[in-house]
Design a protein around this ligand. Structure first.
Ligand code: ARG
Length: 365
């Protein structure tokens, strides 16, 4: 048993795969207000995702687990909480939690350190508890593991721009993109905030997206916390940026998959170019839209999990994406996964790399 991983592609030995049990359409909160009237959850309402959907998602998650185990990868699963319970801190209360599916959002492993993210939604404040039984067991069995948690955020009204969503939703697309580039989204800079899924790991270089879940103070905290790394704060031309792994997905040294609909900054492209990295535009997804009750986009098609530099898991119906990766020389492992999307994401979101072989390298010398 060892905690250790430096990048998104070294040979995967041990992984956590999330569970769909009890996932909620969360109650409204300053960071997010769901509004899905045509699927039973109009604005202001909340509640568990339908049972049939939960069962279908769990079946795909269990199958994914088997696929990984058959390849000799150890798989652990979180212990879901009763996410329908209201939660509170001394400064606020929230009528529901969310779930235990996207493990990627909550935790990140960088070298021998397992770091718990701050998170920035009140409904997700306690999500780390679903993973604590596993983290505690890793800490007991791996003497070399560093266990860290970023400062617990307060998430008071001061952490959110008042009236943000009404104002933002009314803006034309160009103006929204300008706000994204300027980092003027729902989160203020009152305290460091980040979701772990806004981080893409490439050895010494970490690319961290400023988003609806990650602010500049969160990136600054990561930079101070990881002095041996180059932490690049990045944005993309995406009006609803949330987690980097359906936008910018490193596949192996020298190759990153990028969503062309969400342009990268020139500075980032230059950084890759001078280091001979290739940026490939991901294949167009097979579907027009994600399934109902999903907050994600159809670009989950590129949310792939690399098993080693020559092998990649891809959603089984995304044939164009599979063919593109096949042409790039990967063995492609098809995994049916679209039923999991309403629970928070795709194959990369659903997982956390606990251990990948390999050492810290500088891929941008
Ligand atoms: N917001 C992304 C999109 O819809 C999905 C990323 C989900 N990633 C995650 N780790 N939960 O394009």
């Amino acid at each position: 048993m060892k905690v250790g991983s430096w990048n998104e592609w070294d040979p995967l030995k041990h992984v956590i795969v999330g569970r769909a049990d009890g996932t909620m359409v969360q109650a409204p909160e300053p960071a997010v207000v769901r509004d899905w009237p045509e699927h039973g959850f109009p604005r202001g309402t909340y509640g568990p995702l339908p049972e049939e959907m939960t069962a279908a998602a769990n079946e795909q998650l269990d199958n994914f687990t088997r696929v990984l185990e058959e390849r000799g990868i150890r798989v652990d699963r979180p212990r879901p909480l009763d996410f329908s319970r209201p939660v509170a801190t001394p400064e606020w209360s929230q009528r529901s939690m969310f779930g235990a599916m996207p493990v990627r959002d909550v935790l990140v492993v960088i070298g021998n350190e397992l770091l718990e993210a701050t998170m920035s939604f009140r409904s997700r404040w306690f999500e780390y508890l679903a993973h604590r039984p596993l983290i505690e067991s890793y800490f007991r069995t791996d003497p070399g593991m560093r266990w860290e948690a970023a400062p617990k955020p307060r998430l008071t009204e001061a952490s959110y721009r008042p009236g943000f969503w009404e104002e933002y939703d009314a803006l034309p697309h160009e103006a929204q993109i300008a706000r994204v580039r300027a980092g003027e989204l729902v989160l203020t800079e009152a305290e460091p905030l980040f979701d772990a899924a806004d981080i893409a790991r490439c050895g010494k270089d970490l690319f961290v997206q400023r988003s609806l879940a990650t602010n500049a103070a969160g990136i600054r905290w990561l930079r101070q916390h990881l002095p041996e790394h180059r932490v690049h704060g990045v944005t993309f031309g995406n009006a609803h940026p949330m987690h980097i792994d359906a936008t910018w997905v490193p596949l192996r040294p020298g190759l990153v998959l990028h969503c062309a609909e969400r342009p990268a900054e020139e500075e980032l492209l230059q950084h890759l170019k001078v280091n001979d990295w290739q940026v490939i535009h991901a294949a167009v997804p097979g579907r027009e839209a994600p399934p109902p009750l999903s907050a994600c986009s159809r670009w989950l098609s590129m949310n792939v999990l690399v098993l080693d530099p020559g092998t990649v898991c891809v959603e089984a119906s995304e044939t164009a994406q599979m063919e593109q990766l096949d042409r790039l020389g990967f063995e492609v492992v098809p995994v049916p996964f679209w039923d999991v999307a309403p629970f928070g994401g795709g194959l990369h979101c659903a997982t956390l790399d606990v251990h990948r072989e390999g050492v810290l390298e500088d891929y941008f010398p």
